[in-house]
Design a protein around this ligand. Structure first.
Ligand code: SF4
Ligand code: SF4
Length: 231
C-alpha cells in the first residue's frame, strides 16, 4: 500500500493530558538541565533514578536514566494545559509523545567492555488523536510492515525524529562510558544497591569537558535568558 494522502498527519490538540498521565522518563543530562530551570522559577522537582550500573573503581552507581515524578497529579512544568519550557528545553520523551519507548533494554558486555541500549517504541493509545487514527494506522501498518519508518515519518515526522535523536544521545553517552571502561578509567558492573548514585552525564563531564556542547546544551543558554526575562 502506498503512503499517500489517505494517511492522516498527527496534529497535537494541546490537551495537556500526556503531562498528567505518568512520571516522565528522562535522560541524565535532561535531569540536570530541568533541575536548573526549575530552580530559576522556584518549582521543586523530584526524581528517582531509573536503570543504573556500578563503577567499581569510583565506588558509585551511575544513573543512566531518571524518572521525574508528578506533583499533584501533573508534571511540575505544566501550567494550565501549557508546558512552561515548551520552547526552552523539552525532554525527548515529551517531544516524541505519543511515540514513546515501551522498554529500554541495556546490555553489558564484560568481555569486550561495552554497554549499549535498545529501545522498543510504540504509539501510545493514551493520546486521543492516536485513538482517533487507530484504525487507519493499523490498516497502513498491516500493508506496509517493511516501511514502518516511512509511515511514522509521514504521520509524525517531528516526534519520530525526536525519538531517533533521543536514542542517539543515549547511545553517545553509553559509547563514551564504554570507552572509559576500555581505557581502564571505570570498571562497570551490575548496580550495587548499597553504593551512592551519581548522574552519568555529570560523571562523564569530568572526562569529556566538551560533552555539553556535543549535546547542544550551550545553544539553550540564550533561550533561557529570554525566557527568564519574560517570566
Ligand atoms: S495527549 Fe496527545 S493531543 Fe494531548 S497534548 Fe499529548 S500529544 Fe497532544
Ligand atoms: S516537560 Fe512539559 S511537555 Fe513534558 S510532561 Fe512536563 S509539562 Fe508536559
Amino acid at each position: 500500500m502506498t503512503i499517500n494522502a489517505g494517511l492522516p498527519v498527527f496534529k497535537c490538540e494541546m490537551c495537556g493530558s500526556c503531562c498528567k498521565m505518568s512520571p516522565i522518563s528522562i535522560l541524565p543530562h535532561e535531569a540536570v538541565v530541568l533541575e536548573s530551570l526549575a530552580d530559576r522559577i522556584n518549582i521543586r522537582l523530584e526524581y528517582i533514578h531509573g536503570y543504573m550500573v556500578y563503577d567499581a573503581l569510583g565506588g558509585v552507581n551511575l544513573a543512566l536514566s531518571y524518572i521525574m515524578q508528578l506533583n499533584n497529579g501533573q508534571c511540575p512544568f505544566l501550567e494550565g494545559s501549557k508546558c512552561r519550557i515548551h520552547n526552552i528545553f523539552k525532554p525527548y520523551i515529551c517531544r516524541s509523545f505519543p511515540y514513546i519507548p515501551k522498554h529500554v533494554k541495556y546490555h553489558i558486555d564484560d568481555v569486550n567492555k561495552y554497554i549499549m541500549a535498545s529501545t522498543d517504541y510504540g504509539l501510545s493509545l493514551a493520546c486521543s488523536v492516536v485513538r482517533k487514527h487507530k484504525e487507519i494506522l493499523e490498516k497502513y501498518w498491516a500493508g506496509n510492515e517493511e516501511s514502518v519508518d516511512k509511515i511514522l515519518l509521514h504521520y509524525f515526522k517531528d516526534g519520530y525524529l525526536a525519538a531517533v535523536e533521543g536514542d542517539n544521545v543515549r547511545s553517545l553517552m553509553l559509547t563514551l562510558l564504554s570507552k572509559l571502561w576500555r581505557d581502564g578509567l571505570v570498571e562497570i558492573r551490575q548496580a550495587n544497591y548499597t553504593a551512592p548514585v551519581v548522574n552519568l552525564y555529570e560523571y562523564l563531564r569530568r572526562f569529556y569537558p566538551d560533552l555539553p556542547s556535543a549535546l547542544g546544551l550551550d545553544r539553550i543558554a540564550y533561550k533561557v535568558r529570554a525566557w527568564l526575562k519574560a517570566y
